[in-house]
Design a protein around this ligand. Structure first.
Ligand code: ADP
Ligand code: 5GP
Length: 247
């Protein structure tokens, strides 16, 4: 059976790693592509689990050797890339593959593999995004306010690309967002591979359909507005309004 390629993008701190790891506990046959990056490990991150860490020189050698399915410089700072091997391994095993990559990487993959399922995850608003970035940094014992502030600043620019994705997931209540991502995976397996859904099939398909971008506009509008994006035109409206120091 052909494996399905899922691309998940979101502003950093939206919760996509959390969602993917929860769904992988519930559903079998989903591989996660461990990317290469030139950034330093954060907190409890372990080489080969969250990322493969390397130097810029080595990364550039890997680019020249054609090792990446896609790569990009993210936040104008570090290089991140998806190893080709992750797709080859998932295909050989007949597994689905999840790529957690930024909007530039997603555009590269979409151009090569238009059949990929694309999911954009949004935090409910900038304030909660900031709280999540801070909480994660505290839990990892590395609070770097400049880094948090830069990632917050990038969030709106990334969110402006939401229209390029097939599904929209608003990660407000974690359990609900996990159930939605699970439903999307099950629905895609059902429609593409005729894989039966063991439990509450019509409900699962309904939950997944509600996350299709065309059906998510009403829920999306207040989130876009909170980030200063006009939900109807996608144009930037307001500067990033929140004071970074008022929690
Ligand atoms: P990303 O992979 O998108 O950068 P993470 O999965 O690392 O984000 O999540 C960022 C932080 O937010 C983590 O501390 C995580 O536990 C927390 N988090 C994720 N989802 C939720 C949620 N729905 N509600 C509250 N906190 C969340
Ligand atoms: P972080 O440093 O928070 O782990 O990730 C920063 C950003 O890089 C996130 O948006 C994440 O999705 C993205 N990213 C992680 N791996 C890759 C990759 O292999 N390719 C691309 N293009 N982006 C990636």
């Amino acid at each position: 059976m052909a494996g399905i390629l899922f691309i998940i993008s979101a502003p950093s701190g939206s919760g996509k790693s959390t969602l993917v790891s929860e769904v992988r506990k519930q559903l079998r046959g989903i591989d996660f592509a461990v990317s290469w990056t030139t950034r330093a490990p954060r907190g409890s991150e372990q080489p080969g689990r969250e990322y493969n860490f390397t130097t810029r020189e080595e990364f550039e050698r890997m680019i020249a050797a054609g090792k990446f399915l896609e790569y990009a410089e993210v936040y104008g700072k570090d290089l991140y890339g998806t190893p080709r091997k992750s797709l080859e391994d998932a295909r050989a095993a007949g597994h689905d593959l999840v790529l957690d990559i930024d909007v530039q990487g997603a555009a590269q993959i979409r151009a090569k593999m238009p059949e990929a399922v694309t999911i954009f995850v949004l935090p409910p608003d900038p304030r909660q995004l900031r709280t999540r970035l801070r909480n994660r940094a505290r839990a990892e014992g590395v609070v770097n306010d400049d880094e948090i502030f830069r990632r917050l600043g990038e969030a709106r620019r990334e969110i402006e690309n939401y229209r390029e994705y097939g599904y929209i997931l608003i990660n407000d209540v974690l359990d609900r967002a996990v159930a939605q991502l699970e439903a999307i995976v099950q629905a895609e397996r059902f429609y593409r591979n005729a894989e039966p859904i063991a439990y509450r099939q019509s409900r699962v398909l309904e939950v997944a359909a509600a996350c299709l971008i065309k059906n998510a506009q009403e829920r999306l509008k207040p989130v876009l507005e909170a980030f200063g994006i006009d939900g109807s035109s996608g144009q930037q409206q307001l500067p990033f309004g929140d004071d970074p120091d008022d929690d």
